[in-house]
Design a protein around this ligand. Sequence first.
Ligand SMILES: Cc1cc2nc3c(=O)[nH]c(=O)nc-3n(C[C@H](O)[C@H](O)[C@H](O)COP(=O)(O)OP(=O)(O)OC[C@H]3O[C@@H](n4cnc5c(N)ncnc54)[C@H](O)[C@@H]3O)c2cc1C
Length: 328
Amino acid sequence: MHSLTPLHTFGLSARSKKLISVDNDFSILKSIDAPLWILGEGSNCVFLEDFDGTVIKVDSKGKTIKEFSDYFQLTVNSGENWHQLVCFCMQNGIFGLENLALIPGSVGAAPIQNIGAYGVELNQFIKQVVCIDIDSGEQQVLANEECKFGYRDSIFKRQLAGKVIITQVVLHIPKRWQACNHYGELAKLKQPSPEQIFAQVVAIRQAKLPDPKDIGNAGSFFKNPLVSNKHFASLQCDWPDLPCYSVDHNSVKVPAAWLIDHLGLKGKQIGGIQCHPSQPLVLTNNGTGSGAELLEMARHIQAKVESTFSIHLENEVNLIGNKGLVKL
Ligand SMILES: Cc1cc2nc3c(=O)[nH]c(=O)nc-3n(C[C@H](O)[C@H](O)[C@H](O)COP(=O)(O)OP(=O)(O)OC[C@H]3O[C@@H](n4cnc5c(N)ncnc54)[C@H](O)[C@@H]3O)c2cc1C
């Protein structure tokens, strides 16, 4: 058995039958029996208990950069660290990714939930995603439109979930840079440079979010729910200060943190698991937590939100049991 505890940022105690680290030769995949779990840096995966199969840790490193008249093309292997890629771009005058600084995880996992922060989403820069079909070993190249990107969503979470390994991500980053500073505290910056946005994003994230190095967590545990305009209007009668962000003509996004906070669940503890005292969307593990306690906490929050607001919260993190994904 192999310990998975240091391989996922939530840090629950768990092991797998087999653990294989893959760099650039993915041919081994064909000979592995199910259940199989593909792992990057484990910042969006929580192993609730021992995994009764093989964990494939994607470690392929390397990147190439090509310059064209109006954009840079970056072809990056999946095992590269996302934040280090952002830093590399900043140091080399390739600007656009700065709002996505300090998001934990690997480049290969980044398209899966279409990582996003401070008004920018990765799909704005993706040209292609290169992957290998686990069953056939064939390479597939998906163009941006084929990836069906949405809010924290893509084809890799749906039709292709568990079927492919992403080996490379190809980004096109326009040379004509435009600041994206309309979101939250970035709005205070007037005509900022890319470096100023980068520094501000890093500062905000360091001040606000618990660092998994200090306390186990997997970032936002729940997605911000979408609610219909009609439902939102009825909620506003009872909670006039309920915030929302517009999404389209029919629906709005409501901050899950507000809902949880409003129910007084900030700081709630079940065993070694806590709803973070200042960031209620983040659940933490003080080092002694168990998978059962985490599920109890998550289901408690979900049930309270559902009964009070008639809103169903979905988990943003992957919860993994002994055979694979577990539903809340
Ligand atoms: C403190 C903290 C803050 C965060 N903030 C944000 C944020 O602001 N915005 C945001 O969008 N996310 C955020 N996240 C979530 C996380 O950073 C992203 O989901 C990230 O992309 C996960 O990368 P990873 O390598 O750790 O993926 P993992 O957790 O290892 O895997 C995530 C999923 O991708 C699959 N996977 C991983 N690599 C591959 C591959 N090469 N091929 C196929 N499938 C693969 C896994 O099977 C799993 O389904 C945060 C997380 C933490 C802990």
